[in-house]
Design a protein around this ligand. Structure first.
Ligand SMILES: Nc1ncnc2c1ncn2[C@@H]1O[C@H](COP(=O)(O)OP(=O)(O)OP(=O)(O)O)[C@@H](O)[C@H]1O
Ligand SMILES: [Mg+2]
Length: 239
């Protein structure tokens, strides 16, 4: 199974302000999420929790991008929280010449729509009500602004969401402040709710971090045409 063969993806256009995506209604049933040869997760993984732990540059973001592509190919909504500003690359193909995944980019240098630090609840409502696949690029916000946004977003998403949704937290350390930090306790509580108890509300989470970085480089096992010097994850195949 290759995600680019899913009809649902071909029907979508890259994000626009009024682009309402209803992936579940257009994608055909799929058997699983193929991460590599012999590594297929059931679609129910959308509500599970994963951690991608590896040292810097080992391929953590790339690996998560494979999972995101598979989930979106299966018609499952995915939201990526990106503190470093690399995930916008999902919107173009691996060689940059064709369309990528129909995600809306909020914030950052490649935004479709701006992301204000006060818009956490608003964006959570948008995700819950419209099931919009999105990249929340926090890279141009200050650390305190990013945490404010994330606290509001996480709390609202946890309280309102009920249908399957997968949340990717890249550089998840950014959302694990010390309890003694101003506002740290509230943000930690909100993230813990999502990670530990989100499944009951349809929410799965992939945490990406360098902590406990002792693993060797992961090998998703599928070819990529992505330029090695380009760190933005991109859709791996052209349509
Ligand atoms: N399985 C793979 N096949 C081909 N290229 C890969 C693979 N995994 C990673 N890469 C490439 O290796 C480089 C580093 O990958 P990536 O950015 O995903 O690492 P990372 O662990 O997220 O890094 P950082 O710790 O800096 O965030 C990128 O150029 C990426 O395209
Ligand atoms: Mg990374």
């Amino acid at each position: 199974m290759v995600t680019t063969e899913h009809a649902g993806m071909d029907d979508g256009h890259p994000a626009a302000a009024n682009n309402k995506v209803s992936p579940a209604s257009v994608a055909p049933p799929v058997e699983g999420l193929t991460l590599g040869p012999g590594l297929v997760l059931p679609v129910e993984a959308v509500t599970e929790t994963f951690a991608i732990l590896a040292k810097r540059g080992a391929g953590k973001t790339y690996t998560a991008a494979v999972l995101v592509e598979e989930m979106m190919g299966a018609g499952l909504p995915v939201v990526i929280v990106d503190p470093v500003g690399v995930w916008w690359g999902l919107r173009s193909s691996a060689d940059g010449t064709a369309e990528g995944l129909p995600v809306v980019i909020f914030g950052g240098d490649h935004a479709d729509l701006p992301l204000a630090e006060t818009a956490g609840e608003l964006l959570a409502d948008l995700v819950v009500d419209e099931r919009v696949p999105a990249v929340l690029d926090l890279s141009t916000l200050s650390k305190s602004a990013a945490r404010r946004f994330m606290t509001d977003f996480a709390e609202r998403l946890y309280h309102r969401n009920r249908d399957p949704l997968h949340l990717v937290l890249d550089e998840a350390d950014a959302f694990a402040p010390q309890r003694t930090d101003p506002g740290g306790q509230r943000l930690l509580g909100a993230i813990e709710d999502l990670v530990r108890r989100g499944r009951a509300r349809g929410i799965g989470v992939t945490l990406i971090t360098q902590r406990r970085a002792q693993q060797r480089r992961p090998h998703p096992g599928r070819g990529s045409h992505r330029p090695a010097d380009d760190r933005a994850p991109r859709r791996r195949r052209d349509r």
